[in-house]
Ligand binder design. Sequence first.
Ligand code: ADP
Length: 625
Amino acid sequence: MRKKQFKTESQKLLDMMINSIYTHKEIFLRELISNASDAIDKLYFRSLTDKSVTLSKSDYAIWLKADKNARTLTISDNGCGMTEDELETNLGTIAKSGSFDFKRDNAKDEEVDIIGQFGVGFYSAFMVANRITVKSKPFGADTAFIWESEGASGYTVSECDKESFGTEITLYIKEDTEDEKYSEYLEEFRLRSLIKKYSDYIRYPIKIEVERKKKKEGSEDEYETVREVEILNSMIPIWKKSSSETTEEEYASFYTDKFYDYEKPIRVITQHSEGSATYTALMFIPSHAPFNYYTKDYEKGLELYSSGVMIMEKCSDLLPDYFSFVKGLVDSQDLSLNISREMLQHDRQLKIMAKTIEKKIANELAKMLKDSREDYEKFFDAFGVQLKFGLYSDYGMHKDTLKDLVLFKSKDGKYLTLKEYTEGMKDGQSAIYYASGESEAKLSILPQVEAVSSRGYEVLFLTDEVDEFALKMLGKYGDFEFKNVTAEALDLATEDEKKKIGDANEGAKDMLELMKDAIGSVSAVKFSANLTKYPVCLSSEGDLSVEMERVLKRMPGAEGVPEAKVVLEINHSHPISEKLFKLFAEDKETLKKYAKILYSEACLIGGVGVSDPKEFAELISELMI
Ligand code: ADP
């Protein structure tokens, strides 16, 4: 019998498989099983119109058989089978699907990529086998043929005996090497776990014959070995069942098994979409952040299935970054099994899916916020920062999706949405007030917080670094602007008060200038009507707050960060003001010292610390003697 050579392209792919260093060799089983399932599909569909096919759906099956002595693994099916010609064209040439672009065949380093990106089908079996035979007999035919190959040297096709129709593929598993334990593919437990991992939801039973030790009938202590057939796959994906048929426990145990979490999810999201994109999604919101969530090791993504067969473990394009905490999967009949990662990125269908998935997640979060406040707050404690980053990122492009999902703490530690804040606003209140700093404790002593609160206005406490940036990006909520209580332009005063302060500042120009020069590091010293109890406070002029400057300075590449413009505000109705005027008239040197002390005081209470503690201490002592 004449040995035939593979077509050039197939030859290249084959070489790659034989010498593969690819780490996920195990995918070969997924490929062979899904071929078998396709072949059964074909016969099944034929049976719907062809009366000669008398099988019922339950007759179809895929069989696995491992023989450790012979080192063979056999995968057989009772699908459509292949004729002699089909064996030639289907297995002698690479799949005609065109999914394999041979312009990228040039280097070994690309191998990993190529195998990972494409389902490489039948040939992937050469990653674990050095000889493969395929016996096949089409349904209704009299003769069977066998295709045999040891890889590189070519293949033969000849007539053979095969009783039943269908296909039987035998892999002669490679000998173990130091790095690679091929024998594992002959182990029942390994096959079992591979089927669970990749092919659990194949619609036909995947059967294996196993040996079990059982007590002999009528005997207490005598055992016998019996052979039993076991089905390795569950066949019905949990996401294909209607959610009313599925219990919360089932979802929870599916989630904990699949995503290795010890805690059940805080929310289960199911989605069946039809129309522009047909898919089923089953998603979960974890109850706590994974240990690596806030590191660069964390990979977002949903598992991607094409009609029940897993084609990608983490499809990152399906989730926006701000929902990166979502775990789950998407199953679509619109995607082909062999679609590459690259092609996926440009896949229109996938983009539509991603959009509808995003909407669904946003809606579910909104629902949770409404129905289960406690859960939502727990969720927000774990993942809220991510949502706030989402507000800020991409120049605020996602603000409509996210602005009603973010929470901020109120002065008394209660979470508020922006909507709740605005609904609770006092008559005449014209802005949403916030204070930004390292901790709630530090914020609560800010003079301006006291001043704003005393007018009956709520103040949001922003303690995450991203907070103030997110609000700046948001710009406004409804008709209301956000105002940092430590901004110089806080503008709480009435027109009358403003006029009075304006006059006071004008009249004390020289004194304030003298104080400013004495302090050195402020851009102005001013009287203010914003303060109530405290004598002084710091505020910032312009868009950059002191807190923002602090955050920016901590980031890489901080050299170019501008300084926030700091203003020392003095409470005009505080007795200290009179004292200052007196000193200006009688003792300018002491006034300068007072200026420094007041500035340090404002720094301390503002949480920024005193830059020269020694000088501060000396000045205080001097006053005391
Ligand atoms: P793909 O599945 O992407 O087309 P493969 O290399 O895996 O590529 O398979 C090539 C072809 O061989 C399949 O398209 C199918 O026609 C045929 N084939 C493979 N396995 C079987 C099988 N178990 N039964 C019938 N036909 C099969």
